[in-house]
Design a protein around this ligand. Sequence first.
Ligand SMILES: [Zn+2]
Length: 313
Amino acid sequence: MNDEKKKCPLCGLNAGVSVKSAFSNCSSDIACPRCGQFYASEALMSSVEAGNGIKSKIAENNWALSGWTKLLSETRKAGEENIQIDSDDLDDIINNPLVPKKDDISAKSLKLLEAIKRRTKHYGKRVDLQWAKHYPLAFAQNYEEFEALINFLGENNWIEILNQDTASVIVRLTAEGLNFSKEVVLNSQVFLATWFHKARDIKNKNLEKCVKENGFNPMCIREKAYPETIMEKAFGEIRKSRIVIADMTGLRKNVFVEVGYALALEKPVFFLHDSDYSKDDDLGFYTKQFSIKSYDKKEKHLSKIVESILGLF
Ligand SMILES: [Zn+2]
């Protein structure tokens, strides 16, 4: 096995990084103390070395790329494959709804709180965070921002800072922090923005079923009784939801309004499209802005897509 020392293609770390050849899919098998475990495609590895536009895109966004990779690496279920990252995937990752905006301090601190929660096996557990290694848990850009986010959690009384030195900080979740992060974790409502039409009934029911199978509660607004208040009701449910899944099939006006509202609230929005329905849906503009996943009549197809979305939460 080729185990030569190389740099992590995402964060540039050298020390402690293992890069091996993954023979099955011509990619490198990376284990980075900061970014976690992932496969990097040959194209990603070579474009980084070549010093072209990819290299500067990574340098500018490595806080998002390392944060995302670390999150997926930590929350992967047993038996699931490591994620594979190609140079073509970078924009999708940077714009992924799970990646906080660069200056969204509350979203970043919540990610950090969830990461501390994952390390808290029992109330009172001391959690050791290393400045140089753990800053992607907060999607922080550097140690300085990481330290400020830790202090922010402390100021809100969600964590207690027990000890800190130049290498690491030891923290402990307070009861308030434990409950706060539980609330966030327990909110499992998924708002389904979709076209409600008799002909779409089977597909919509299948979508609801897939969401339920992943342990989440699907919420969709079907009633026709109060058309004048239905948008208000939909908006209320979107505010309460943790995630929004929007089926763009048929390019329905209501779906666009719901998506716009959810995006303005900075909810994670994931897009689907039924490729069996119509080839006339002109998604060109939207696919340029967002990543839209197409499903077809193979029943398992939709279920796999929904599983991959909800597996992130
Ligand atoms: Zn790394």
